[in-house]
Unconditional design. Structure first.
Length: 393
């Protein structure tokens, strides 16, 4: 009902006709978020709707024509789900025409400050955080940066203040103001009261938040970064999900150090694997539809050190994409009808090389899939040509 709509009386509570998402988006774009969560039964209906460009509203036996562009998103690995039988292979290839892969945050740390700044503005506006609240966070950051503690006694705090600003402070300042007020006073002196504007506080918060955020191994969820910014504003201190302790100088020789190196090596191997998988998806499957003999000639694969068919097959096995490549290849050749090939062969006067160029297929591949049929068509064309010649004579 949500996708295809329903008609009045089709189920309890259906008080009137309702257009579903497909009909509402007619002539425009329909965004399907988290398609990996769809049950298999709904996936089948979605596939039918995409292929036939029509939907059946619930309770109706008459199809309604649709004309929409579909953008689908998934946080799961759909290829893995296909292998596990949780996602339909045919639907995946129908939706995966132009693939936009958004890498995890750990793969694009340079985006963290930009995202932190964006979410700072969004949350301040949405939750109406006042300037005084952000000011309070910045005072705490200043104290943290300069090792100023509100629990310090008067002598220690004033000595630290003199070291920081370079001139003496009266001893009775601590007795009359207290540690927290002195830290706030030093903050204003250090940065200058005239700088105390919203833009200054924003820059200070985002800079310190980003410094800490870059030390955290983000799993890829931008929502988690957004939540960390919001938590920091609410709690009035930078609140990153997990803080990793710095490795000590002697860690190289300890068991913990060896574990860390092993973990780092595994992480690096996984990253390399992700990069290879991305290239395989973009080039071998996305651009060449699993046609290995053509893909291996691509410069992008050669730059990655994949310059022979056996190497390419090994890499596909490494990232569990060999079956996917085979399915994509099968689907590609399955989409070319005999009628279409016949028309093209007539157009090119039986020239198979021109046919290969038209479909961007190697001679070996086209011969492997359509060899017998091409031979018959070529013989027919030769026969027709011979008849015409005889007729002229």
């Amino acid at each position: 009902s949500e996708l295809f709509g329903h008609i009045k009386g089709s189920f309890t509570g259906a008080a009137g006709n309702r257009d579903g998402a497909f009909l509402s988006a007619k002539g425009g774009t329909l965004f399907l978020d988290e398609v990996g969560e769809l049950p298999l039964q709904v996936q089948s209906k979605l596939l039918r709707a995409v292929e036939n460009k029509e939907v059946y509203p619930v309770g109706s036996d008459k199809p309604s024509k649709i004309n929409v562009r579909i953008i689908a998103a998934a946080s799961q690995d759909l290829r893995k789900m296909i292998a596990e039988g949780k996602f339909q292979n045919a639907l995946y290839h129908r939706l995966n025409i132009l693939n936009i892969c958004i890498p995890s945050l750990r793969e694009r740390p340079e985006d963290i400050p930009l995202l932190a700044g964006h979410f700072f503005k969004v949350h301040c506006e949405e939750y109406d955080f006042s300037l005084s609240q952000v000011y309070e966070i910045c005072v705490k950051l200043f104290a943290e940066d300069n090792k100023l503690d509100g629990k310090m006694n008067g002598c220690e705090l004033l000595a630290k203040a003199e070291e920081l600003l370079g001139y003496d402070f009266s001893k009775n300042l601590y007795q009359t103001q207290g540690a927290e007020k002195i830290i706030e006073f030093l903050f204003k002196l250090y940065y200058g009261t005239k700088n105390m504007e919203a833009e200054f506080f924003e820059k200070m918060f985002v800079r310190r938040f980003s410094e800490k955020a870059l030390k955290y191994d983000w799993p890829g969820n931008v929502r988690e970064l957004s939540a960390a910014v919001l938590r920091s504003l609410v709690n009035k201190e930078i609140d990153i999900p997990v803080s990793f302790s710095e490795a000590g100088e002697n860690q190289k020789t300890t068991r913990a150090g060896r574990r860390k190196r092993k973990k780092d090596n595994q992480k690096k191997a996984e990253q390399n694997k992700r990069e290879i998988r991305k290239i395989m998806e973009e080039v071998v499957i996305g651009e060449y539809n699993g046609r290995i003999s053509l893909a291996v000639e691509d410069d992008r694969l050669r730059k990655a050190g994949i310059d022979t068919i056996p190497k390419l097959i090994r890499r596909l096995d490494l990232v569990s994409l060999r079956e996917v490549a085979r399915d994509a290849r099968k689907e590609f050749f399955g989409s070319i009808s005999e009628k279409e090939i016949r028309e093209r062969m007539v157009e090119y006067d039986g020239n198979i090389r021109k046919l290969c160029k038209h479909y961007n297929i190697s001679f070996r591949e086209i011969n492997e899939h359509f060899g017998e049929m091409l031979k018959e068509i070529k013989d027919e064309i030769k026969g027709e040509r011979k008849k015409k010649k005889e007729k002229k004579q």
